[in-house]
Design a protein around this ligand. Sequence first.
Ligand SMILES: Nc1nc2c(ncn2[C@@H]2O[C@H](COP(=O)(O)OP(=O)(O)OP(=O)(O)O)[C@@H](O)[C@H]2O)c(=O)[nH]1
Length: 347
Amino acid sequence: MIPVIVLTGYLGAGKTSLLNGLLTRPGTRVGVIINDIGKINVDTGLITGQIDAAESIAGGCVCCLPDSGGLDELLEKLAQPKLRLDAIIVEASGAADPINVDRLLRYGNAPGVRPGGIIDVIDAVQHEHTVDTAAMAPARFGAASLVVVNKLDMIAEDAREATFARISDRVRQANPKVSIVPASHAAIDPDLVFDIALNEDPADELPLAAVSRAEHDHTHAPHAHAVTVPCPEPADPGAVLDLLENPPANAYRLKGHVKIRTGTGVQRYLINMVGWQPHLQLATPGSDPAKDALVAVGVELDEQQVGDVLRAALEPSNAEPSSQDLIRLERRLILSSRVADEESVRS
Ligand SMILES: Nc1nc2c(ncn2[C@@H]2O[C@H](COP(=O)(O)OP(=O)(O)OP(=O)(O)O)[C@@H](O)[C@H]2O)c(=O)[nH]1
């Protein structure tokens, strides 16, 4: 399933800049949906990286669509196997409310896609005059999976750290567990957001990867780190679900194939968790059980601690799983296969 990553942020916060940064890393085939309200046109050159497929939602804000119909249609188009996309990025308009965008994605029905996180971009200079002006922290942060505090280059050097800390505190009032990264020119490490599939240019793509990789290495964006823990033997479903419900600090993503003991024997699953939103499906056909492993990706990961937490969750288990944990597993699979069913599962 293709992850759908949504960029939100107040007008001028740096969404297009962030998108451009993500697109400078060929190796991953990326589709883009622009919510232009007639303003941005993919052809104007504002988007400078390599896009493998593009669509646009014009004439209105994505979050004000009467239902997810419009967005679902575009996602379905981009999810066609012939496009071979690895990720779809939706740049919402500056007017879009992340809460509504989150609702659209959760209750959408586009086949072949899964949530890939909502990245909310904050303009560190204007934030407290535009978005965060009331006593309560803005509710919009509750829907974000990653918050990028941008334009820190425009803050005096001696005030930068304090500004980042102040804004982070406000964000955490609405969303205590969200990942927050500092940025200038909206530069974040693309590895944090999606998998960089290759370190070399694919034969049929523009041979730009080497150049842009070199550029990327000079952006000074905080680097994403990965911690990998192999899963050669079946683990207990309860332990794995506990991990997904309470992932280690700063682990923005968890992904990988794992073996889990179920009521009917051992089953292999593909796990994809982004910003505390877990997605579970049966293992990808053709994937090699000998390479099963779980990978945590994040900025400023405590590698030892994260490794210990993952190892504990993946501890080989010979015990029969409890019926309660099997129900939890089933429920998680249903929620992942059709997020729109969440309400019916709850009731
Ligand atoms: N100095 C500085 N300028 C920035 C930074 N990020 C973005 N900009 C500039 O701010 C302006 C707005 O950036 P965009 O990336 O277009 O912002 P946006 O959120 O896509 O804007 P809208 O689509 O109009 O809502 C552009 O001129 C960018 O070059 C930054 O971190 N530092």
